[in-house]
Write a protein that binds this ligand. Structure first.
Ligand SMILES: Cc1cc2nc3c(=O)[nH]c(=O)nc-3n(C[C@H](O)[C@H](O)[C@H](O)COP(=O)(O)OP(=O)(O)OC[C@H]3O[C@@H](n4cnc5c(N)ncnc54)[C@H](O)[C@@H]3O)c2cc1C
Length: 474
């Protein structure tokens, strides 16, 4: 056994890093974790904590019949088989056991159906045919608290305010890190430093589609998401996977914060394209909504009436009656006394818009939607009140577009052990990665509500186990 200061060094204290640190320590490794910011948690702490997994005890208690095979098939099909099936199968196999591990550590996902990301329980948040999104009590914050408690119990040292500068590479293997200009040796290193959403240069290079949002683009990922994993990877000529992909949530063009702060647009709204035609279920999942909007080949609008504006609840940054009124003054919300004038102002055919709104009014307030099946999405959310007709002038329109950058998928390519691969697809000795920093699990489509948190915690736990085994073999 060679002498190193630690068995395992973990870079980053979000979901992937904490899961890696705890699981490595569970296997007897001495572990130190560095976190660049003043507190643990990263994007994981900001998230709803929603976690997609199949064949879990929560599903079983609710009588939801689900299997790893079904999860895998859906995951690959939605991603058009652009991901490596072996790695995705591994993820699908381990997501359930990782959720069970979290439950045993103290995470609370009550066995009850949930209509949204804010109510603990089991939710249907993607386009899967089974309820698979697990919402923990206290959301992402709750996950981080439980993992941090386990981390303390396992004796894992944490150093805050310390941004790891580089990897220590010796004799063809990664044998530690450079922090504060000093070298720290370790048997293995786990890169769990999150994504790159907060670096405009790296977004331009690795996720240029995000820039199509123009001035409306805003980033909700944690401040530490600076893409440091890519610099670490360059040091050892690691392969990068997932370039060009990330998660952009559709939002109104004037919104600049996550819906928890910004609020929610009126339920009684219709989304139309440049032809004035409705083109989507207005509540469609993130798994498909961005793609539906992109496919319209021009501006897309949400249209709502005065009754909907007045019915908005107070207490949010953007979606309140007064704020929308204010936005009419700035031009960010277009207003007109009738639909024909509104159509003219937003540049869509007036006849089409009138027909679209008439059809919406014929169906949605009656609880049916034979074209886009929004009634089913609303039912899954537990919405019971019928939607009001869009009929009270004046009418309003605002652009809707994918503009909220949540996470990025360009990570260091990993294999089924979470080992980082080099450009020849060979594992780099001593180096592991997980979460947004690890590439290959998150694809071009977001699978179910909870894809990214499940990836971070599942692959983080695996990376910790693999790193501990590697360190033991030295
Ligand atoms: C508002 C919001 C809501 C979301 N909701 C969901 C959801 O409900 N379900 C879902 O699946 N996904 C959701 N996501 C996405 C998901 O939270 C993230 O993709 C996932 O948690 C990332 O985990 P991670 O461990 O890879 O990164 P993070 O949790 O961001 O952790 C990375 C950590 O590394 C630190 N770090 C970075 N560089 C260094 C360095 N050089 N040295 C030391 N430390 C460093 C960072 O400061 C950070 O703390 C949401 C994201 C946001 C922002």
């Amino acid at each position: 056994m060679s002498e190193t200061e630690y068995d395992v060094v973990v870079i980053g204290g979000g979901g992937a890093g904490l899961a890696a640190a705890v699981s490595a320590a569970e296997r007897g490794a001495s572990v130190i974790l560095f976190e660049s910011e003043g507190e643990l948690g990263g994007s994981t702490q900001l998230s709803a904590g929603m976690f997609t997994a199949a064949a879990t005890r929560v599903q079983k208690e609710l009588g939801v019949d689900d299997t790893v095979d079904r999860f895998f098939q859906h995951y690959m099909d939605l991603n058009q088989w652009l991901l490596k099936p072996g790695l995705v199968r591994r993820f699908c196999e381990l997501a359930g056991p990782t959720l069970e591990w979290l439950l045993d550590l103290g995470v609370d996902v009550p066995a009850q159906l949930s209509g949204n990301a804010h109510t603990p329980g089991l939710c249907r948040a993607g386009v899967e045919d089974v309820w698979r999104a697990h919402v923990p009590k206290d959301q992402g914050y709750g996950l981080v608290q439980v993992l941090d408690k386990a981390r303390k119990a396992a004796g894992v040292e944490v150093v805050l305010h310390t941004r790891v500068e580089g990897l220590l590479v010796r004799d063809g293997r990664v044998g530690g890190v450079v922090v504060d200009g000093m070298e720290l040796t370790a048997g293995a290193v786990v890169v769990a430093s999150g994504g790159l959403a907060q670096s405009p240069e790296l977004v331009a290079r690795w996720f240029p589609d995000a820039l199509r949002a123009g001035d409306s683009l805003f980033v909700v990922a944690a401040p530490g998401s600076r893409g440091d994993h890519l610099a670490f990877g360059e040091q050892v000529r690691a392969s990068v996977s997932g370039g060009g992909w990330g998660l952009m949530l559709p939002t109104a063009e004037f919104v600049r914060s996550h819906h928890w702060q910004a609020g929610f647009p009126p339920a009684s709204r219709v989304h139309v394209n440049r032809h004035g035609r409705r083109f989507m279920d207005e509540d469609a999942s993130y798994a498909v909504s961005g793609g539906l909007i992109d496919a319209q080949g021009g501006p897309t609008w949400m249209v709502f009436d005065e009754a909907a504006r007045q019915a908005l609840p107070e207490g949010y940054a953007d979606w309140t009656p007064a704020r929308v009124e204010e936005l009419v003054g700035t031009g960010a919300v277009v207003r007109a006394d009738d639909l024909a004038s509104l159509a003219e102002r937003i540049g869509v055919p007036a006849d089409n818009l009138a027909a679209t709104v008439a059809r919406w009014n014929d169906q949605l307030p009656q609880g049916s939607d034979t074209d886009f099946q929004r009634d089913q999405t609303l039912a899954a959310k537990g919405a019971t009140a019928p939607l009001a007709a869009i009929a009270a002038p004046p009418f309003h329109a605002t652009r809707v577009l994918p503009a909220e950058l949540v996470c990025t998928h360009a990570g260091l390519e990993i294999d089924v052990n979470a080992s980082v691969l080099d450009e020849q697809a060979r594992p780099i000795p001593g180096l592991f990665a997980a979460g947004e920093a690890g590439g290959g699990v998150l694809g071009n489509r977001y699978v179910g509500g909870g894809n990214a948190v499940a990836n971070a915690l599942t692959m983080g736990r695996l990376a910790g186990q693999s790193a501990a085994s590697t360190a033991r073999q030295l």
